[in-house]
Design a protein around this ligand. Sequence first.
Ligand code: GLY
Length: 403
Amino acid sequence: MKNKLLFTLSAACVVMLSSCGSKPEPMDKVIERSLSAAKDQYMMLAEVMKDKPDLLPRTIDTAGKLITARSNWWTSGFVPGTLWYLYEYTGDSKILEYATEMTSRVEKEKNNKGTHDLGFMLYCSFGNGLRMTGEISYNEVLLTGAQSLITRFRPKIGCIQSWNSRRQWQCPVIIDNMMNLEFLMWAFKKTGDSTYYKICVSHSDTTMKNHFRPDYSSWHVVSYDTITGRVEVKQTHQGYSDESAWARGQVWGLYGYTVMYRETGLERYLDQAKNIAAFLINHPNLPADKIPYWDFNAPDIPNALRDASAGAIMASALIELSGYVDKETGAKYLEVAEKQLRTLASPEYLAKPGENGNFILKHSVGSLPGKSEVDVPLTYADYYFVEALLRYRNLLEKQKVQN
Ligand code: GLY
């Protein structure tokens, strides 16, 4: 597997260089420059958060002022998680202090049974903290959280319920929910309790059956009838229309099935991830710089807003997926991911020091139909950007050892 990965990376680099007249900035420099900028921004952000002890950063308002949220907002795990990644990169004791403190702000969500977002909230924060420090007490937080999350599994439907029932939806399940499964697979490995495994496989299989169209694009929301267990509607919440391909939803699916293949070894999940990747990479509306419009079917393309978060999530997923496929396909994935990282590391997206509310990336879209968080920094764009940079850096490191 390791050799296959390294070969794939070299092939991608050759493709990049030969398709470009002038010599691009070496990728290791792009990565170090971006991670160093990320570190400086998040040191400042963490410092600002010191006098807001129960809150977590969320975004900025139109005047550039920091907007925060309580720990029950779905994004609460991302800033702690990014700090853990930056600690991994720097080994800096100050960042360790910030990461530890910011993580503790999310702890009470371990008892939250009212949302499916516990994977984002707890695994990005406590999960990364555990990975980095081995802090034993983090196990209890994570296992309590995993128990809370599986109370939302609906056996009749075969899925974890995303949001609570609303007037129009009895049991809404959103494609984003695939992102919780890595957390539950961790709980399975930790405890040996096959309930977690069975829930993950059931959720993945049911989602594969009902959320995807023949072209491997996905609906955002599939709502189920709680009595019959059958699909009641397929709609959108954050996309342009029910039948459109909302960009972040597509990449949540790509990332989720890549993880499920890693965790189970089941080929059907690898096939699903590859098919989603093909839909995205070959899409006529994916721009040359590879940062998706907020929706692949936005009516005002090419003037539609881009979503940096979708670009960052997609890059991170493609880097991982490149290690599970043949070398030609892997090189294609890495070529796209590299372009995405280069674009995100350009002045168009990478914030200047001290600007952008101290977030790392500009130009993400939370919910355009909801007129919420439009063309702003978002914590999950930062998290997956830093994750993707570290993943790419690991590939380069391995390549160095190999040579
Ligand atoms: N999970 C919510 C979103 O992606 O906006």
